[in-house]
Design a protein around this ligand. Sequence first.
Ligand code: SF4
Length: 170
Amino acid sequence: MDHYLPPVTGTDIWYYFICKRELWLMLHEIAPNEEDENVEIGRFLQDYYGTRGKEEVDIGAGKIDRLKKVKGEVIVQEIKKSSKFKESSRFQLLFYLYQFEKMGVQAVGELTFAEERRKERVELTEENRQKLMKAVEHIRKIAKQPVPPPPKKIKFCRQCAYREYCWAGE
Ligand code: SF4
């Protein structure tokens, strides 16, 4: 029998699309190097949390920034500072749309990049749903692994709080 695994959350989706090793480290509560002045975990989180305000709505698997209804359409709005983590932002929003769908609510997403003053519509198409389901399955597999996936150099490593942990001596 499988050990109990906590349900996948919007935060897990966010890290999955940035770095799978980071996702594992976060899931296993490995503390990042907080004394590192260049620690950018705060930056990730700042972007992840965007410009959260009073209107945020807790849907269990995460908190969405805003829910609105325009011309009969339910719109889930996520506000991010920039498009730096666009893939993560997009799939996180798709994940929330999927949660709404499970509750019987057909909704569309609106991703706003505050600093760039632009927004994008996000829809849970069949193709997106399949990619999302694949990611959710993969997150579950990663969570069960006894050791983290090996590090891979990506553009976010430079600003990552785990950089010493992954790349000590480089
Ligand atoms: S330093 Fe790079 S490989 Fe290591 S967790 Fe951070 S982003 Fe991932």
